[in-house]
Design a protein around this ligand. Structure first.
Ligand code: FUL
Length: 491
């Protein structure tokens, strides 16, 4: 009996011999990484796929999206704040973590920073002794969620904004957040920057040079030193990039690699690289940020505009389903609670996603490489249906295309096929097709370009006993970790 051993991480892949067929005389077949590859912290981030954003600050009480920076601390006064409710709602919706606006552009701090009085310390909430960031960090731990922070570089309250002293202030705040709230999975650096504001009473317009003012490399170093496992988001990385819109949709063709040289938060040429570059030198995956409501902050006038379950499912499948991560904003109201209408919507959405993806029909199929370019015996097709994303099928050595067939003993009805690449070895696939056998012939049911971490292919619901996935074109030998098949409850 021969046994196949595979390994996922490129560092391991070079250290160990992968895919050795033990007990046979076959020469070892190993797969080398291609192009840019993810770091371990990025690999862990990819696995999260879906998490939530909490936009909450003085804006919630002044009905604004961008506070000017002159809001008195006294306006911040939630009557029933319960971060455990936020965490519970997030967990029930299927989210794996929450990121909170510790400080938005208005400069008000949701934690008692020792560098300013413009914070919860000056508010009537809990007589100035509260800490929203701390409460949420604890709630996330209780509900099994991971936790992250947004710290706006632009600060419309601070008198020194635009001058060197502000940078010290900003870095001090970053150190507090990195030190006092346990492990952070992500730090979010917003690209929106500069313009008019209160600025300690100056009430003027201040411009900064985005390329130099923040000295980003040294700010990033603080995060690396204090929390090496944290990923940093900005328009252009260093670890995670903006997808380029706030509509909840990733590019149909989406590459994790891009060339990061010269890019930083707020970089004006950012749009040009939003879809990534196949042969880019850096692995910087896209994150899709979108709000469940029209605004990022709670506004009572938008209670009737909470996105429908169908819309949320579409967003999920156009973000997670295109290899990106989804960051869905769920803003608390003036009570300090996620509003009832949003809670109900999120529950229903979570249930729909759970129902759709809970039973992988491919687990009952036999998977094999098709006769022509069906793959390497060291990485057989059975590994795409084993429910383990760390094992993978590979096309035969030297091939840049290949085919996997799934066959069932009894017909299955399905409307979704999920593909995953073994991204630790680099992103390779440029084109794929899926055909299903029905009425005595093969019928094309879906086709696309990139895969990356995950691709969800939707099809008309149909019944079959045979399914064929063809990698039509790849930058290098294709390496597929998962082919799974599902039926949504609506079909
Ligand atoms: C933008 C900000 O200006 C919005 O207010 C919001 O925080 C969004 C997530 O990022 O750049």
């Amino acid at each position: 009996m021969s046994r196949v051993r595979t390994c996922l991480h490129p560092l391991l892949a070079t250290a160990l011999t992968c895919g050795v067929v033990l007990g046979s005389s076959r020469a070892p077949d190993s797969i080398s990484p291609v192009g840019a590859v993810p770091t371990p912290r990025q690999l862990a981030w990819h696995d999260l796929q879906f998490y939530g954003f909490i936009h909450f600050t003085v804006n919630t009480f002044t009905d604004k999206e961008w506070g000017y920076g002159d809001e008195p601390e006294s306006v911040f006064n939630p009557t029933a704040l319960d971060a455990r409710q936020w965490a519970q709602v997030a967990r029930d919706a299927g989210m794996k973590g929450l990121i909170i606006t510790a400080k938005h552009h208005d400069g008000f701090c949701l934690w008692p920073s020792r560098f300013t009085t413009h914070s919860v310390k000056g508010s009537p909430w809990k007589n100035g002794r509260g800490d929203v960031v701390g409460e949420l960090a604890r709630a996330c731990r209780e509900y099994g969620l991971t936790f992250g922070v947004y710290l706006s570089p632009w600060d419309r309250n601070h008198a020194e904004y635009g001058r060197p002293a502000y940078l010290e202030y900003y870095r001090g705040q970053l150190r507090e957040l990195l030190s006092d709230y346990g492990p952070l999975f992500e730090v979010w650096f917003d690209g929106a920057n500069g313009g008019d504001g209160y600025y300690g009473g100056a009430r003027e317009r201040r411009r900064i040079d985005g390329a130099t003012y923040y000295d980003w490399p040294n700010t990033w170093e603080i995060v690396r030193e204090r929390q090496p496992h944290t990923v940093m988001f900005s328009d252009a990385g260093p670890d995670v990039r903006w997808v380029g819109n706030e509509k909840g949709v990733a590019f149909e063709t989406s590459w994790n690699p891009l060339n990061r040289a010269g890019l930083f938060p707020g970089a004006p040429n950012y749009a040009a690289v939003a879809a990534g570059t196949p042969d880019g030198t850096d692995w910087v995956p896209p994150e899709v940020d979108v709000s469940i409501r029209p605004g990022w902050f709670y506004h009572a006038a938008e209670d009737g505009d909470v996105k429908s379950v169908d819309k949320l499912v579409e967003i999920y499948e156009q973000s997670v389903g295109r290899g990106a991560n989804l960051l869905l904003n769920i803003p608390p109201d003036r009570r300090g609670l996620i509003p009832d209408v949003d809670v109900a919507r999120l529950r229903e959405f979570g249930a729909r996603i759970h129902e759709t993806y809970k039973k992988d029909l491919a687990r009952d199929a036999t998977a094999r490489g098709a006769e022509e370019r069906g793959g390497s015996p060291s990485f057989p097709a059975s590994l795409v249906t084993d429910g383990d994303a760390t094992t993978y099928w590979a096309a035969e050595e030297g091939a840049t295309r290949g085919t996997i067939e799934l066959e069932w003993k009894r017909p299955v009805r399905f409307d979704r096929v999920v593909l995953q690449e073994a991204i630790a070895l680099g992103q390779r696939v440029q084109a794929w097709t899926i055909d299903a056998h029905a009425d005595g012939r093969w019928k094309r049911i879906a086709e696309g370009t990139t895969i990356g971490y995950k691709r969800i292919a939707r099809a008309e619901a149909m019944t079959t006993t045979r399914l064929r996935v063809t990698i039509e074109k790849a930058r290098a030998r294709p390496v597929i970790s998962t082919v799974s098949v599902y039926l949504s409850p609506l079909s």
